[in-house]
Design a protein around this ligand. Sequence first.
Ligand SMILES: CC(C)(COP(=O)(O)OP(=O)(O)OC[C@H]1O[C@@H](n2cnc3c(N)ncnc32)[C@H](O)[C@@H]1OP(=O)(O)O)[C@@H](O)C(=O)NCCC(=O)NCCS
Length: 185
Amino acid sequence: LSFEQLNGPFRDGGLLLRPLVARDAGELYMLVDAHPRELARWLPWVTATRAVADSSYYIMSLTGFWKSGLAYGVFENGQLVGTVGFQHGDERNQTVEIGYWLGTPFQGKGLATRALRLALKAGFEHTAVHRVAARVQLDNRPSIALLEKLGFQFEGVERQGIKFGDGRPDHRVYSLLRPEFVGKA
Ligand SMILES: CC(C)(COP(=O)(O)OP(=O)(O)OC[C@H]1O[C@@H](n2cnc3c(N)ncnc32)[C@H](O)[C@@H]1OP(=O)(O)O)[C@@H](O)C(=O)NCCC(=O)NCCS
């Protein structure tokens, strides 16, 4: 195990994952700001992202896999197209949650499948994590399809566990356990 190796970079053809750093804030903000309404439908933090400073603050808040989180920028041929990251780490229980999104023009091309495979492989290889969870809104068909394709198992519905604007929509909870992933990268 090596936390340094967790930083990658990790590659699959023209796709590259590496941790977000301060100088990515402008490009990250532009990617969100180009199609805010579409992304805000699924991601609770989008409406609060109103300036590059909000993206900078987010990047600065990432202090590591088991701490406040680790987010990789997903780059396709050098261009930032989205992020995939780990949050809500619990080192004692070796559990973490995965989160991900792509800029609207980059969705539906198989990029998330490849990016999540790289991130999961990194997480399982370079940390002792045992369970990776994901929470997805009941009607987020692309995200549900993505998780099921990657072998995540449906556990049940978490009621009102995520504040989302004025509401608290229910979420489907999925998980992928180490023995289910290892060897399937
Ligand atoms: C969820 C998301 C990351 C998927 O990324 P993607 O690159 O489009 O996904 P992929 O192209 O790798 O496709 C994964 C699966 O989803 C399916 N899918 C993609 N778009 C779909 C759509 N509009 N409706 C139904 N299924 C869809 C694909 O068919 C694919 O399954 P298949 O290969 O078996 O056909 C992307 O749609 C996104 O960023 N959405 C907005 C943010 C978000 O919802 N994040 C997740 C919050 S839990």
